[in-house]
Design a protein around this ligand. Structure first.
Ligand code: KIV
Length: 269
């Protein structure tokens, strides 16, 4: 089983592989492929739940998907992504919501979209035994404020991200996701920290990489330019489902080998 310590110790040595997963089947495949960390991302709002952003995703939805991923993955570290407003409003509710992911859903850690409001909370969660992965740069829960544009593009913003990264490391975060920031900023943050950075749209100098599984599989109808497709599962699904429909409509399915006859039931009618 991959532990938080294993991930932490990979900083600066072996690249960390992280992928999102939202169900037991996908988690099983990713686990078999040797992925280190499975993130039950609130990106499930866009990929699986049909929302047009991550904002409507609930604690119950993440908890249910986290439990499925935990059941499907024996070796990978499972990280539950805390949805919009589930943390940061008040400390007791934040701790209760994060605690649910570990106690009820079987997560090994939680990820918080981070900012100045999550530094103390990170420290408190870590004190209580809930490992925290921080997340800076583009944080899609702030879409109303920032859109989905690249962050950290000015010197001030770069300093702010570096400063917050250091504060979250001091607060006890075991890893830091850096999303959609310039590669040279991500490289400097990675250099400045002893905990691993895991990049998405943040260049090749991070300690690890994360992608959304639907993008990797080629299942998404839209993928961001910084992602890479390793399959075309959407096309394969369309081919298979269309072939099934045509087979039913033409009488080709079910064939004799798909049917079971019990002789003594002949002549009932
Ligand atoms: O929700 C998610 O999938 C994420 C990753 C993009 C890091 O936060």
């Amino acid at each position: 089983m991959t532990s938080v310590r294993d991930v932490r110790e990979k900083a600066g040595t072996t690249p960390i592989t992280m992928l999102t997963a939202y169900d037991a089947t996908t988690a099983g495949v990713a686990n078999e492929a040797g992925i280190d960390v499975l993130l039950v991302g609130d990106s499930m709002g866009n990929t699986d739940l049909g929302y047009d952003s991550t904002l409507p995703v609930t604690v119950d939805e993440v908890a249910s998907r986290t439990a499925a991923v935990s059941r499907g993955a024996d070796d990978a570290l499972v990280v539950a992504d805390m949805p919009f407003l589930s943390v940061g409003v008040d400390e007791a509710t934040s701790i209760e919501n994060c605690g649910r992911m570990v106690k009820e859903a079987g997560a090994d850690a939680v990820k918080l979209e981070s900012g100045s409001h999550t530094v103390e909370l990170t420290e408190r969660l870590v004190q209580l035994g809930i490992p925290v992965m921080a997340h800076l740069g583009l944080t899609p829960q702030r879409v109303k404020e920032t859109g989905y544009t690249q962050q950290g593009t000015t010197r001030d913003e770069g300093h702010e991200i570096l400063d917050l990264a250091r504060k979250h490391e001091e607060a006890g975060a075991f890893a830091l996701v850096l999303e959609h920031i310039p590669a040279n900023l991500a490289a400097q943050v990675t250099d400045a920290l002893s905990i691993p950075t895991i990049g998405i749209g943040a260049g090749s100098d991070c300690d690890g990489q994360v992608l959304v599984v639907d993008d990797v599989l080629g299942l998404s109808s839209y993928s961001p330019p910084f992602s890479k497709q390793y399959g075309n599962v959407r096309e394969q699904m369309l081919d298979a489902v269309s072939a099934y429909r045509e087979d039913v409509e033409s009488g080709g399915f079910p064939a004799d080998e798909h049917s079971h006859v019990v002789d003594e039931l002949d002549d009932l009618y």
